[in-house]
Write a protein that binds this ligand. Structure first.
Ligand code: HEM
Length: 259
């Protein structure tokens, strides 16, 4: 079909000027999504470092507070700078994505026809992306709020207390399922859209489900590890973990600005 015919069929024939903005916004949506998905993979390894021991997680958390750069002084306010940037990306991504949400009964009926009657797999994945994205409006925002205002509470014991004693494990479980499904589907859709990597949809789907499975298993094992530490620490909620070697070396961790 000629491009002229396509325009006529799409009802765009008499449009005076074709705007480039929808394409630009789509690019921005994909770019912010790619950033967030790659960030989530890094983040998962950071959070999962608890599986290697409390000292490893403590060291990584303190690294982000500048402890190893500023000679044993930590500056927790460095963390909100990263959190703020991630939050900006999340807000931009959500704003750009919301324009794709089906907004009326007719649009829902169309997508239902694609998923139920035509059994179109990619449309079903897209619907899941809408549901999980919607969930994350609330769950990811609440998590980022915690990380932004209480960065000093990223600590093996305090984090584990959140899972167990503060009863937040169902919150983290929901967030984990939502984010891993959402990121996996998003990356698959980007790959299909941009043709990179150049592979068939079947291959891309296999890679996608392998990665999603890997990060889900890693996330669930990590969740279990925090719950176990939190359970064992339930009698001392609020007490902070500091490795023996850090206590010996510095007689306690000096927080920037504190004595
Ligand atoms: C789009 C943004 C984010 C999402 C969707 C997200 C998601 C999650 C999920 C699902 C978990 C639980 C992991 C598990 O159960 O195995 C988690 C834990 C955690 N996240 Fe994030 N995260 C985000 C951003 C951040 C940022 C920016 C930081 C800090 C720099 C951060 C720090 C942590 C920490 C320290 C934990 C361990 C639990 C705790 O201390 O409360 N996250 N996150």
């Amino acid at each position: 079909m000629s491009s002229e015919n396509i325009l006529i069929q799409a009802g765009l024939a008499d449009k005076p000027r074709k705007s480039r903005w929808p394409a630009r916004l789509d690019l921005l949506q994909g770019g912010t999504g790619l950033f967030l998905a790659l960030f989530m993979w890094l983040h998962m390894f950071f959070v999962a470092s608890i599986l290697l021991g409390k000292d490893v997680f403590w060291s990584i958390a303190m690294f982000f507070e500048g402890y190893f750069i500023f000679g044993g002084k930590s500056y927790p306010w460095l963390v909100p700078c990263v959190v703020g940037f991630v939050a900006l990306m999340l807000v931009a991504h959500a704003l750009l994505a919301v324009r794709k949400f089906p907004i009326n009964y007719r649009q829902w009926r169309t997508i239902r026809a694609h998923t139920s009657q035509m059994q179109h797999g990619d449309s079903t994945l897209w619907v899941w992306q809408v549901y999980t994205g919607f969930l994350m409006f609330f769950f990811a925002s609440a998590h980022l709020y915690q990380m932004f205002f209480w960065p000093q509470d990223i600590n093996p014991y305090l984090s584990a207390d959140r899972f167990w004693s503060h009863g937040l494990w169902p919150f983290y479980l929901t967030l984990l399922l939502a984010v891993e499904l959402h990121a996996g589907i998003g990356l698959y859709r980007l790959a299909v859209k941009w043709g990179w990597p150049n592979a068939s949809r079947q291959t891309l789907l296999k890679v996608k489900w392998t990665l999603t499975g890997f990060f889900l298993v890693l996330g669930l094992v990590t969740l279990a590890a925090y719950m176990k530490i939190g359970y064992e620490h339930r009698a001392h909620v609020g007490e902070r973990y500091t490795p023996d070697w850090a206590v010996e070396k510095k007689e306690g961790v000096h927080r920037g600005g504190e004595q």
